[in-house]
Design a protein around this ligand. Sequence first.
Ligand code: NDP
Length: 337
Amino acid sequence: ETVFVSGASGFIALHTVKVLIEEGYKVVGSVRSTEKGENIKKLLKSDDFSYEIVPDIGKPGAFDEALQKHTEVTAFLHIASPFHFKITDPIKDLVEPAVEGTKNALKAIHKYGANVKRVVVTSSYAAIMDIEKVSSPEVVSTEETWNPITLEDASKDPIRGYLASKTFAEKAAWDFVKAEKPNFALSTVNPVYVFGPQAFAEEVKSELNTSSEIINAITKLKENDEIPSSSGFFIDVRDVAKAHLKAFSSEETIGQRLLMSDRFFVAQDILDIYHKNFPKEAAKSPKGTPGSGEKASEGAAKIDNSKTRKLLGFEFISLEKSVVDSISQIINAQNNK
Ligand code: NDP
């Protein structure tokens, strides 16, 4: 079986590709450059991985050639989407590539992917949460909840731009399936903040992908720095990768949104784990108010993903393990420089 993975060089995608290869699948990845494709080949050391260049998922027909060439593909995981806030125009830089990228993938599959039976779109908790209600503890989101954000909200700032990009991209995917009645079934994976080590130690750079940088930034703090205000829900990247496999290989996940969340966190929780497990490296970091994270979670909106947990049937990796594995990889990379 051959699985197509868009944005194969990304944090979540590379983990997913790694697990697919371990499980015996052949993988065709899309990347933006030859350099990125060759790098993945070098890391995976497997002939079961090949790549196609798709420089911009947002350009019309972006995936046409890749799929015309690979008629053997039976499942398509659309993971590529811009996830960073270094942008000038939220609509042009985030919403358009996310939405057009998703439509381009689905159109190409519908047209050329005669053997594609399953499609998974990597959506996000961003498509579920309501940014105006994150501090309303009585609000509970589930797999059925939709972010009410509008295009007008999206243009206000990069955060809202990103939330809208994921909301509208996922909506476009479900709308496509409804309107076109294609040959394939759709499922989505909707993760909260994804932490955990990079799939390969070589991928640890001084600045990491947006979600991993939350942990990286905490290891960079100096004694008198303020504790970052970052907070949200957490899931480990290895669980997100496993969910992508389940999403396309099980009958039960057809038409489902898998809401991937383990628990709520604040930066203080990450800092506490850092001090506890890496006392030497953390010696010069601020302490904050150890143990105060639990209280902070009481004021936050909630997630009930019992449906997803039941569908997946595996235990999620804990915040402590995820943070410890991430930080040890960062420390090793620094020591090996
Ligand atoms: P990364 O930034 O590591 O990966 C994003 C990937 O998408 C990269 O390979 C990037 O390529 C590619 N990409 C972005 N824009 C384009 C474009 N216009 N054309 C072609 N390729 C593009 O982030 P993650 O691995 O974290 O994110 C992967 C997916 O998971 C995204 O859909 C994201 O929205 C979603 N997600 C992530 C969460 C997280 O906390 N990490 C939480 C919830 C959802 P390149 O690097 O070459 O630019």
